[in-house]
Design a protein around this ligand. Structure first.
Ligand SMILES: O=C[C@H](O)COP(=O)(O)O
Length: 250
């Protein structure tokens, strides 16, 4: 399982750089603009320069409206600024067809510019609270749009967590659907260390985290701490080892 950490700016990205041995992807966002809030192009560029070259930089394009042209242009902006993972939160899409249309525009805009870029179609575990496409629709949306991964995060950061909205069995189904479609499955949403056993067991490819590696577990007032990133990673590795040692159920 890969570890994606979401700093809110250059200062926290430097904390990520200090913990670079313990993480896999640095994900630039602007949490005060929403769960997948987009940061400025110059911040993405500066963070790209600040983290080791072998660590991919991801950027969120926002909790986007159903405006395919606007979103495609924003996604290209993130890619031009140096992000190679482009994450789109399909906040304003109420049907799978709308979401596919948005993601097709993103895939074309980004891959015309950089064919090896990695496009992530993200929905929300708490979609029922905001009225957007349902979580289990995401793998098919990602597949039909030519995206590379399907993701879930939580839209409303009020202390409720991924598994509060999409129970572990349904997350397992999400991962299965993504894998059947040839995609990676990414999961986030106030994930804590105690969730790692389940996330490992269901075959999650990427876990996205912010609050759990911030001081006091506070994604808003706390800052990312290299020590907490290292501890989180050690816990991931422990579960990976235990899972590998467990005989597969027949
Ligand atoms: O993409 C990952 C998100 O930033 C997760 O943030 P969170 O762990 O605070 O919910």
């Amino acid at each position: 399982m890969l570890l994606l950490i979401s700093p809110d700016g250059v200062e926290e990205a430097l904390a990520c750089a200090k913990a670079a041995d313990h993480l896999d992807i640095v994900d630039v966002k602007k949490p005060d603009e929403g769960s997948l809030g987009a940061n400025f192009p110059w911040v993405i560029r500066e963070i790209r320069g600040a983290v080791p070259a072998d660590k991919p930089v991801s950027a969120t394009v926002g909790d986007v409206p159903y405006k395919p042209g606007t979103v495609a242009q924003a996604a290209l902006g993130a890619a031009v600024s140096g992000a190679t993972y482009i994450k789109v939160g399909l906040y304003g899409c109420t049907t799978p067809d709308q979401a596919i249309e948005v993601m097709r525009g993103v895939v074309r805009a980004v891959k015309d510019f950089r064919p090896d870029a990695f496009v992530v179609a993200s929905g929300y575990a708490d979609a029922h609270r905001i009225g957007c496409v349902s979580p289990l629709a995401l793998p098919d949306i990602a597949r039909r749009s030519g995206s590379d991964a399907a993701m879930l995060d939580t839209a409303i950061k009020d202390g409720t967590r991924l598994f509060d909205h999409v129970p572990p069995e349904a997350c397992g189904e999400f991962v299965r659907l993504a894998h059947d479609a040839g995609l990676l499955a990414a999961l986030a949403g106030s994930v804590k260390r105690e969730d790692l056993a389940l996330l490992t067991r269901i075959g999650t490819d990427i876990v996205g985290v912010r609050g759990a590696v911030c001081e006091g577990g506070d994604r808003n007032a706390g800052r990312i701490q290299p020590r907490l990133v290292a501890e989180f990673r050690a816990e991931m590795d422990r579960h990976a080892r235990e899972h590998a040692a467990t005989p597969a159920a027949s």
